[in-house]
Design a protein around this ligand. Structure first.
Ligand code: SF4
Length: 344
């Protein structure tokens, strides 16, 4: 039997004079693979990410994800917002499931048993290293809501220093709630799988996010994308501020946006937000940080300053000063956090 060449889709990169273009881009496709009617919280960052991601990928796409908010709230009996083929996998097997889907489509096309272009295969995290290592033709996305949300907001290795969760409450012995800084998952993926396209993005930068989805899908082989997706329930913020948080976390240096170039084997740190801010501006919008004292906020600022320096950005004097606890005020703590919580 003759072997048929697999035709892959090549998605055009969205032109935008401004990488921070926010709400409107005339080149956006009209298709909506993620439709209204989902059951996630109002303002849910992962849902916003899903809509952008699936829009960028288009209708010839297969979505795969393990148990989590996006596959529990979104796959109630006889009800789903996915307008393309999708699968909800066991919690630890989405990477291996995705490997099977990508390999199966390739085999079916080569044998003439499936007519049409190779689909965009998108997996949302879980047992992913094997899929990246074997270089299956798929894009793996980690929607990073910095905790375990669908089981009731427990701390994860991505929960930031100082972040309050049900597993990391502040108290007399650990007033900052969480002592450990988050695991640098995306850089781990780049370091361990240097043949893959790896990048970070945020829902605060839709065009950047959608272009990275397309670059990851255009890359021949496996790709990994980690996206900041605020969780309204766990972060405790006013619902309309999801996109604001997605920009501020970058402007504060707490979520560096970068790409790993697998051909040249180097990081690209050229993304720059329009402004740089002290971390306190980001922290004060969220009830999960309402307990922090000045020294904790200064510690987070030191971390952010290290991130800026890692990207080769010269630090303005204001950010150097903000890393000294003497120059920082306590969060107004209980009252302000309670006010924020009351509004959501
Ligand atoms: Fe989204 Fe968080 Fe609500 Fe889950 S708990 S649906 S991640 S906002």
């Amino acid at each position: 039997m003759a072997t048929i060449e697999v035709q892959r889709q090549v998605l055009p990169i969205l032109g935008s004079p401004n990488q921070g273009a926010r709400f409107y881009n005339p080149e956006l496709p009209a298709s909506e693979p993620f439709v209204p009617g989902h059951r996630t919280c109002a303002g849910c960052g992962p849902s916003i990410q899903y809509r952008m991601t699936s829009k960028a990928a288009g209708d010839n796409t297969i979505l795969i994800g393990p148990t989590g908010c996006m596959y529990v709230a979104n796959s109630s009996y006889l009800c789903t917002p996915y307008n393309v083929p999708w699968a909800h996998t066991q919690i630890g097997s989405s990477g291996s499931f995705t490997s099977g889907v990508a390999a199966a489509y390739e085999a079916l096309i080569r044998k003439g048993k499936w007519k049409g272009a190779f689909p965009n295969v998108i997996c949302e995290a879980g047992s992913i290293s094997g899929a990246l290592y074997r270089n299956h033709d798929c894009l793996i996305i980690c929607y990073d809501n910095e905790q375990y949300a669908n089981t009731g907001i427990q701390a994860s290795s991505r929960t930031p220093y100082g972040g309050m969760t049900t597993f990391s409450p502040p108290g007399p012995k650990v007033p900052e709630a969480k002592k450990l800084f988050p695991k640098d998952l995306a850089r781990m993926m780049a370091a361990g799988h240097p043949h893959c396209y790896v990048a970070t993005s945020s829902v605060g930068y839709p065009i950047d996010l959608m272009n990275k989805v397309r670059k990851g899908l255009n890359h021949r082989g496996a790709a990994f994308l980690m996206v900041y997706t605020p969780c309204q329930k766990g972060f405790v913020y006013e619902t309309p501020r999801s996109i604001d948080l997605g920009r501020m976390v970058v402007e504060c240096g707490l979520y560096p946006i970068w790409e790993w170039n697998p051909e040249q084997r180097e990081f690209d740190y050229s993304f720059r937000p329009q402004s740089m801010r002290p971390v306190s501006e980001y922290l004060k919008l969220q009830g999960r940080f309402g307990h922090l004292h000045a020294e904790h906020i200064a510690t987070i600022q030191q971390f952010a300053n290290q991130q800026w320096q890692m990207m080769g950005v010269a630090l303005p004097e204001a950010l150097i000063q903000a890393a000294d606890a003497k120059n920082v005020a306590n969060m107004a703590a209980a009252e302000e956090a309670a006010v924020i919580a009351e509004t959501v």
